[in-house]
Design a protein around this ligand. Structure first.
Ligand SMILES: [Zn+2]
Length: 256
């Protein structure tokens, strides 16, 4: 399904039609536009870890929070792993993060789960039966570790979710046009080599979709934004294109 592009309060965001159809949810895949950070973080950088001024990042995060009507945003230091954190309340301070987690899960209304990315995928999952939301930092290292399967297992074990009930959305991220892995024989296990679309280029969007369906999701309940962050420098931060740059945010939460 095509994504919806909306602008609220000066912040363009990209919405999944599947998630946007659920009235109890708020979500947005934000781009680089609408914030206050200077170059090379111009302008809606949401990461404390790239060299930007902390008070500007706090300001940018607050803009995103306000646009979505949430009471707090919660994020973690992301490490390309499979560790999860069940989020039950806001961080103590606006510039604090949960240590070392790539999977955030919550059922608390008003709390937004923030994943920061610049080429990596953010993958949102939502269980409309149990009313539980998850947001996952899913780069190629996370795909090799199958962090999406791990997320579905966590939702089953922690929240009683059934995989067939889950709805998922894959963020703007590195597309098959730009996902080059010259050392793929060392970096990817052989079972992922079939995602090569031309020599050394990989379709990581299809890989995530297939990992989700293998974990039990209905393929019709998965949205792929289909926007490449490296190709669209006007809209997105891209690590591959710029190296020293900001991180955009993907946020999902239950409405207050
Ligand atoms: Zn591209």
């Amino acid at each position: 399904m095509p994504i919806i592009i909306a602008e609220t309060g000066g912040l363009p965001s990209y919405r999944s039609p599947l998630l946007a159809a659920l009235p109890e949810l708020v979500h947005g895949f934000f781009g680089r536009q609408g914030g206050v950070s200077p170059d090379p973080f111009h302008s809606l950088n949401l990461s404390f870890g790239v060299g930007d001024q902390r008070h500007l990042v706090v300001h940018n995060r607050d803009l995103v929070r306000q646009v979505l009507g949430l009471s707090a945003l919660v994020s973690a230091t992301q490490v390309h792993g499979c560790r999860q954190s069940l989020v039950t309340g806001p961080n103590a301070a606006a510039d604090e993060e949960i240590p070392e987690a790539d999977i955030l899960i919550t059922s608390q209304p008003g709390l937004g789960l923030l994943i920061k990315q610049a080429d990596c995928q953010a993958v949102m999952l939502y269980d409309p039966v149990r009313r539980v939301a998850a947001n996952v930092h899913c780069g190629w290292r996370g795909q090799v570790r199958n962090v999406l399967r791990e997320t579905v297992v966590r939702l089953q074990e922690t929240c009683g979710s059934r995989p067939a009930d889950l709805v998922a959305a894959i963020s703007p991220s590195l597309g098959p046009c730009c996902a080059e892995f010259r050392n793929f024989r060392q970096e990817f296990p052989p079972e992922l080599w079939s995602y090569q679309v031309r020599p050394t280029y990989f379709d990581l969007w299809s890989l995530s979709r297939d990992q989700l369906t293998a974990a039990g999701l209905n393929p019709r309940q998965i949205d792929i934004a289909g926007l490449c962050t490296r190709c669209r420098g006007d809209l997105f931060f891209s690590y591959r294109r710029e190296h020293r740059t900001g991180r955009q945010g993907a946020v999902i939460g239950l409405r207050l």
